[in-house]
Design a binder for this molecule. Structure first.
Ligand SMILES: Cc1cc2nc3c(=O)[nH]c(=O)nc-3n(C[C@H](O)[C@H](O)[C@H](O)COP(=O)(O)O)c2cc1C
Length: 263
């Protein structure tokens, strides 16, 4: 128990990797930990796409907001929200026809199914992260796999009901990787509330971001001509081109998911 908590507390995102490949045993341990994760209705609404082709890794390093370290990771996994497996199973097994014969309304995967499958995919991914960490293997999520939906569909041969939700890079830390402190987190009281949601008030803001401000801007000089920490995040992340592309791309993902396959 203590060991698990220590592993969770010790984890940091790792963006530099020793080039040595992971052993088959290590890889299988990580993949089996992912497969053991809780899953809605025990349906396993995800597929884990292991990217072994260096040319695809190189391309992902560009399409995922130009992050070259992706191409250097010994293990790259993409977690897809996947209803395609069930949908194909139902088509093969004539489930729609059976439902009609029983007087029931057939339906296709909808928005709720996508969100549930995304939950499944992310929970499996986080199991993989913790399993890897326990083996001394670091990892980093790549949220930018949500961008460039059409390009990723082409690159990865994705049908409509298999949508990329997150990507993970894995590898051992290189020998010269410095010991890093944990990134600051918001205070427990801010993140954990009781019973009914409480919105922050103007007087809460300074305490909320104090740890971040002290760590990143101890002299009070904010970048991007921002006047406070909230403005930094708004200017650097929220209004950045990658955020706008992510929203466009997810809209395209949702539209294709809603539309399904022709016929
Ligand atoms: C959904 C998600 C998407 C992320 N996307 C990226 C990414 O594209 N590139 C990157 O370098 N780090 C990415 N990260 C890692 C975060 O930057 C990192 O978790 C955060 O800064 C906290 O640092 P820590 O993981 O070392 O505690 C992502 C993390 C999550 C959970």
């Amino acid at each position: 128990m203590k060991q698990t908590l220590e592993i969770i507390a010790r984890r940091r995102s790792l963006r530099r990797y020793d080039p040595t490949p992971l052993s088959v045993e290590e890889k299988n341990a990580i993949l089996d930990a992912a497969r053991s994760a809780p899953t809605a209705g025990n349906m396993m609404l995800y597929t884990i796409l292991e990217i072994t082709d260096q040319a695809i890794k190189d391309r992902l390093a560009v399409t995922c907001d130009n992050q070259p370290f992706i191409a250097t990771a010994p293990l790259v996994l993409i977690f897809l929200a996947d209803y395609q497996r069930w949908w194909d199973t139902w088509v093969i097994g004539k489930a729609e026809e059976r439902a009609r014969a029983l007087g029931l309304n057939p339906r296709r995967p909808e928005e709720g199914d996508l969100v549930l499958a995304a939950c499944d995919a992310l929970i499996a991914a986080q199991n993989a992260v913790i399993a890897a960490e326990s083996l001394g293997i670091g990892s980093c999520y790549i949220g930018d796999i949500l961008e460039n939906y059409e390009t990723h569909c082409e690159l990865l041969n994705l049908p409509p009901y298999a949508a990329p939700i997150c990507m993970l890079c894995f590898g051992r830390p290189p020998a010269d990787e410095p010991q890093r402190r944990q990134q600051p987190r918001l205070p427990r009281e801010a993140v954990v509330q009781q019973n009914r949601y409480r919105r922050i008030q103007p007087e809460d803001v300074d305490a909320l971001y104090q740890a971040h401000t002290e760590r990143y801007y101890p002299d009070g000089n904010y970048p991007l001509q921002a006047e406070n920490y909230g403005q930094v995040l708004y200017l650097r992340k929220f209004t950045a081109d990658f955020s706008r592309e992510m929203s466009r791309s997810v809209r395209a993902m949702l539209a294709r998911w809603r539309e399904g396959e022709p016929g």
